[in-house]
Design a protein around this ligand. Structure first.
Ligand SMILES: Cc1cc2nc3c(=O)[nH]c(=O)nc-3n(C[C@H](O)[C@H](O)[C@H](O)COP(=O)(O)OP(=O)(O)OC[C@H]3O[C@@H](n4cnc5c(N)ncnc54)[C@H](O)[C@@H]3O)c2cc1C
Length: 531
């Protein structure tokens, strides 16, 4: 396979990757990779919106304070200020690119946009495109990227590993490119670049139940780790309390609004339980509701609980929740007369590749933006709608830094091609499928919403075994996308478990029965694990 050279190689085509590509492409030759179709990203499924201070009554200080409150003492205040201050510019930038945000009835603070309010925000500051904001952003940006003469798109290209100076036997550890599996013909290409950016999204597929699409296997985190970058705060996984539980419907969220409009959470026998956990009952914060459901499922050994809104008039349900009504009906659940089976689901990875205020990682020439990065914005718990803002703001900051740095960076040298001489086609694909299931199941059971030292240790022992098995398999057989993702999932699992074991307190999204209280005796600390 011939190798290709670009100034900037961006791995990932969500909000972070596409906005970065567009901000750089007038200055440099850019390659954008996506593992499957260009728009099949977490971004595409984002519903609520993007937070930004636009309302005349709102202030930057208030957005900062709300973010710090949600982050439970672990946000980096300088980064929070940096990101929040970019909100208006980022929204204007998207508007210039034609993103069809929902308009308000009247102008407010120089804007015509309708703003909603979400959990944790003390003001109306969530810009949205009806209830499909991510789709509007992704589709608009994808159109611009496809039409830009300086951007080469590599769809259905799965990045296997970063190539660094160290890996090819040179001095230093600068990133020089990546090995990439072209899944059209299963051949491995060598892509060389002066700068590489990870924009690979989150890692929630490491859990059995997740609101994320299949691409969210934490590849960027695992690749950065193997290349020598430090990874931070992986214990903070956000779980959404109510994902539809049905064998034929993966990843379908039942919006918080159903509880907001009077939906009751009940056990399989129909009895309510939230009153036993919080006086706000169904309207308690996300993490409390998720923990209560998890507790009841584990206590009773049941597969799901139920969310019942059927006591409301049928017309009200159909007009307020048309999408949920239609999706459930497709699965033979009529929510006007039946309760909806739900489980909590892994939703957002707060930790990731540790980056600085320019999105640089510890590996020279390697940047990380979006959900794959740990920038310091979210701390121990992400506030709703801050993640798309983070993607856009750090794409801008990274672009500025990369454009400044590029003239000083020499073109990458020739690199060794991928060597397949020692491997054969697998005759035991069942091993890969089995290990996928096993990881996701024990991560759910032992490293989920409520943790204990004993469960974490148990999970770590299984990870050690699986790591050996997967390494052996990887060494002997030709790579496939399933194997590559599995190899990354096991690293992500290990990083989550090891980070959770380090934190001897409960804080934000990390809750352990062994240390149920937040340790306020010492200053809060990030969990940073370096290779
Ligand atoms: C159901 C749902 C609702 C949400 N709602 C909101 C919301 O309202 N507001 C908000 O702010 N956030 C929301 N979020 C979170 C937000 O959508 C994500 O955090 C954000 O979209 C992440 O963007 P990203 O660009 O970092 O990654 P993604 O959009 O996930 O893109 C990742 C890209 O990386 C590529 N990739 C991954 N691995 C590889 C590899 N090995 N090789 C090549 N390419 C690779 C993928 O193909 C993809 O193109 C929601 C998330 C979900 C799942």
């Amino acid at each position: 396979m011939p190798s290709s050279v670009h100034d900037v190689l961006i791995i990932g085509s969500g909000a972070a990757g596409l906005s970065l590509a567009l901000r750089i492409a007038d200055h440099a030759r850019v390659a954008v990779l996506s593992k499957t179709a260009l728009t099949e990203t977490n971004t595409l499924y984002a519903q609520g919106g993007i937070s930004a201070v636009l309302d005349a009554d709102d202030t930057i200080e208030s957005h900062i304070q709300d973010t710090l409150n949600a982050g439970a003492g672990l946000c980096d205040p300088d980064i929070v200020r940096l990101v929040v201050s970019q909100g208006k510019e980022c929204i204007d930038w998207l508007l210039e690119r034609g993103v069809p945000f929902t308009a308000a009835d009247a102008e407010n603070g120089g804007h015509h946009l309708h703003l909603t309010r979400e959990g944790g925000h003390t003001h109306r500051r969530v810009v949205h495109a009806a209830d499909a904001t991510g789709r509007a952003v992704e589709i608009s940006l994808a159109q611009h990227v496809r039409n830009h003469p300086n951007i080469d798109l590599f769809e259905y290209h799965n990045a296997i590993d970063l190539i660094t100076e160290k890996k090819v036997g040179r001095d230093g550890n600068r990133v020089l490119g990546a090995y990439v599996l072209d899944t059209h013909d299963n051949k491995v290409k060598t892509l060389r670049a002066r700068v590489v950016v990870l924009a690979t999204g989150g890692a929630s597929k490491v859990y059995l139940y997740t609101s994320n699409p299949d691409i969210a296997t934490g590849d960027g985190i695992a690749m950065a780790w193997r290349a020598g970058a430090c990874i931070a705060n992986m214990e903070f996984i956000q779980f959404h309390p109510t994902c539809l539980y049905h064998p034929h419907a993966r990843s379908f969220l039942i919006s918080e609004a159903v509880r907001g409009e009077g939906g009751k959470l009940v056990l399989p026998d129909g009895s309510p339980f939230m009153h036993r956990f919080d006086s706000r009952e169904e309207l308690a914060p996300r993490d409390i509701v998720a923990r209560a459901i998890d507790h009841e499922m584990k206590r009773l050994g049941v597969d799901c609980v139920y969310l019942d809104i059927s006591h409301k008039p049928s017309d009200f349900i159909k007009s307020h929740f048309p999408t949920i009504y239609a999706r459930c009906l497709e699965l033979n659940i009529d929510i006007t007369s039946q309760a909806i089976p739900v489980v909590p689901a892994a939703h957002y990875t707060c930790g990731g590749v540790q980056t600085d205020r320019h999105a640089r990682t510890d590996v020279p020439g390697l940047y990380a933006v979006g959900e794959t990065a740990c920038t310091g914005l979210h701390g121990a718990n992400r506030m709703a709608s801050n993640s798309l803002l983070e993607c856009l703001a750090f794409a801008k900051l990274a672009a500025e830094d990369i454009i400044r740095a590029l003239p000083e960076i020499p073109p990458p040298p020739d690199l060794p091609e991928w060597d397949e001489s020692q491997v054969t086609d697998s005759d035991e694909e069942v091993v890969v499928a089995h290990n996928w299931d096993e990881i996701r199941r024990f991560m759910w059971d032992y490293v989920g919403i409520v943790r204990t030292n004993k469960r974490l240790q148990r999970a770590l022992r299984r990870v050690e075994l699986l790591k050996q098995e997967i390494a052996e398999y990887y060494g002997n057989f030709r790579v496939t996308s399933d194997l590559l993702e599995l190899r990354n999932l096991v690293i992500v699992a290990e990083l989550i478990i090891r980070s959770a074991l380090v934190r001897k307190e409960s804080r934000g999204l990390h809750f352990t029965l062994d240390y149920p209280r937040t340790n306020d005796d010492e200053p809060p600390r990030n969990t940073v694990i370096c290779p």
